[in-house]
Ligand binder design. Structure first.
Ligand SMILES: NC(=O)c1ccc[n+]([C@@H]2O[C@H](COP(=O)([O-])OP(=O)(O)OC[C@H]3O[C@@H](n4cnc5c(N)ncnc54)[C@H](OP(=O)(O)O)[C@@H]3O)[C@@H](O)[C@H]2O)c1
Length: 267
């Protein structure tokens, strides 16, 4: 039986992904911040606690994992949150969207037999990633800039993970995905003009159903895709997901981000 682990599976795209995978008869572990708030979807499903903003929680979660894991889906994320630091001293976007998944993936990697899917965003292309200030200590904080940076980190992470897996001669794949724009709770921190503009644009830019936003994630997790691929939506109507043409990925930056992330997380 195929086992999937989906982070952020209690709501939004993660919940849809977990539900769809469970409907295929697979075993699905839902990693969520607050298990008491989550009802698992029907099937061979199980809810476990994982707070990606806390490396101790990531370590405890990974230590409790036994047996093979076919597919790890790094889906959980936050967007445009006010400036704050986690207990580990990380800016929140970097903690939840990159450092937590980085450590989780590395700790679980010995168990992963199939692939690691990491959910990025179209906004990654606007990301800037200064390695000497990943946690926004020397720049004026931008909530959206911090999100974009963390989503660029997701793409670079996938690129370098695939390089390392290939180098090690492993068959495990690293794949990235993005949902386009899907109406979930991700925009809950938008305020004022930004909130109004985004709301006005949704009918034009968003997936017609949030479910369609999960399709690229599901395709990245189950479809016939090469390692290092970046899967996006085919259209806004749930069409077949497609492989995005990746603008030249900065391999050197990816390698250095990995090294800094390993040092900062102890992973
Ligand atoms: N929606 C879009 O248009 C869009 C576009 C591009 C990329 N994405 C990406 O898609 C992914 C899913 O987003 P979504 O749209 O489904 O947003 P969402 O509805 O806000 O869901 C995000 C999930 O992440 C979980 N999460 C947040 N902080 C966490 C933490 N510290 N530890 C563990 N889990 C945590 C949330 O749990 P709680 O329920 O406990 O808060 C929630 O289940 C994200 O990586 C996002 O960047 C989404």
């Amino acid at each position: 039986m195929t086992t999937y682990l989906v982070t952020g599976a209690g709501s939004g795209l993660g919940a849809i992904t977990a539900r769809e995978l469970a409907a295929t008869g697979a075993r699905v572990v839902l990693a969520v911040r607050d298990p008491a708030r989550v009802t698992p979807p029907p099937g061979d499903t199980e809810v476990r606690r994982l707070d990606l903003a806390d490396l101790a929680s990531v370590r405890a979660f990974a230590a409790g994992w036994a047996g093979d894991l076919d597919v790890l889906i790094n889906n959980a994320g936050v967007m445009a949150v006010p400036h704050a630091k986690t207990a580990d001293g990380f800016e929140t976007h970097m903690a939840v969207n990159h450092f937590g998944p980085f450590l989780l993936t590395n700790l679980l990697l010995p168990h992963v037999t199939g692939r690691v899917v990491t959910v990025s965003s179209n906004l990654a292309r606007r990301g800037k990633l200064p390695l000497d200030d990943l946690n926004w200590e020397h720049r004026r904080y931008s909530a959206l800039g911090a999100y974009n940076q963390s989503k660029l980190a997701n793409l670079l992470f996938t690129h370098e993970l695939q390089r390392r897996l290939s180098e090690a001669g492993r068959d495990t794949l690293a794949v990235a995905a993005h949902p386009g724009v899907a109406r979930t709770g991700l925009d809950r921190h938008f305020r004022g003009v930004r909130a109004a503009v985004v709301k006005a644009l949704y009918p034009v830019i968003a997936q017609k159903k949030p479910e369609y936003g999960a399709r690229p994630i599901l395709f990245a997790a189950t479809g016939d895709v090469p390692g290092g691929a970046y899967v996006g939506p085919g259209d806004r109507s749930g069409g077949r997901p497609k492989l995005e043409r990746q603008r030249s990925v900065d391999s050197d930056l990816a390698r250095r981000l990995w090294e800094v992330s390993a040092r900062l997380t102890g992973g």
